[in-house]
Design a binder for this molecule. Structure first.
Ligand code: ADP
Ligand code: MG
Length: 237
């Protein structure tokens, strides 16, 4: 299967016996992931829960091509990641996947609009197309009024909305979010969880979100629980 021609339906993420072992010294090893088998279908909203250190970030990074597994298989849209070189991996993620992090990862001195546009500039979109898509994405997250404000002028909740708008810019089919509400108060966290829900429903995007906030259960289709690098059996929501 070519990376230009990925299927629109079916399995989005598939991991098989995924291990990630960190070396923590000459004789010490940390098994951050210990044989994770994950199967995520298209168009759904998933939460990955588990206490701090259970492996959530490591799993998202392995799925997001930011980290290489020690052992096992990761397929995203049917593509086996270890078969891609770094250049192919970068292009694959740029075209198909949006990332959202706890610390927002925005450029503080640029405006909301510029932060959304920049990722489209990197992927080679023209000026007009960039502008139109950025307008759409900012409207999608309810921040049209704030588009010309610089990031440092915005609240935490607004900044995370900008990060979501930016993740949507290249029309991803999958969004990976690592504790996107970790720095937000409860009411703002609820707004962000609701926004993801709307995006999943309206745009047909799949969202996989690490979150240890118990609130998240009310919003997602499925909660998966990681414990010491292993997935517990799933609970339907
Ligand atoms: P979570 O996101 O659920 O808090 P992490 O994936 O960050 O968990 O961490 C899982 C385990 O792997 C922890 O024991 C952590 O200390 C360890 N770990 C994570 N990254 C590294 C690293 N770069 N080097 C060594 N150990 C790491
Ligand atoms: Mg983490």
């Amino acid at each position: 299967m070519s990376i230009e021609n990925i299927p629109q339906n079916g399995t989005v993420i598939h991991t098989l016996d995924l291990w990630r072992t960190y070396r923590a010294g000459t004789h010490q090893e940390v098994h951050a992931l210990r044989g994770v088998n994950l199967d995520i279908k298209t168009g759904s909203y998933f939460a990955l829960k588990g206490r701090s250190g259970s492996g959530k970030t490591t799993l998202l990074n392995c799925i997001g091509g930011l980290d290489r597994p020690t052992k096992g298989s990761v397929r995203v849209f049917g593509i086996e990641l270890k078969e891609l070189n770094d250049k192919e991996l970068t292009r694959f993620y740029r075209q198909n996947v949006g990332f959202i992090f706890q610390a927002f990862g925005l450029s503080p001195i640029y405006t909301a609009m510029e932060n959304v546009e920049i990722v489209m500039q990197i992927s080679g979109k023209g000026r007009k197309q960039r502008r139109e898509r950025a307008e759409y994405c900012l409207e999608r997250v309810g921040l049209t009024k704030w588009k010309n404000h610089r990031i440092y002028e915005l609240s935490g909740g607004q900044q995370q909305r900008i990060a979501i708008a930016r993740a949507l810019a290249n029309e991803p089919k999958l969004i990976l979010a690592d504790e996107p509400t970790g720095k937000l108060d409860t009411a703002t966290a609820r707004e962000i969880f609701t926004l993801f829900r709307q995006i999943v429903e309206d745009e047909g995007v799949t969202v996989l979100m690490a979150a240890h906030d118990p609130l998240v259960d009310e919003y997602v289709d499925l909660v998966m629980q990681l414990q010491d690098g292993q997935l517990l059996p799933p609970k339907e929501n």
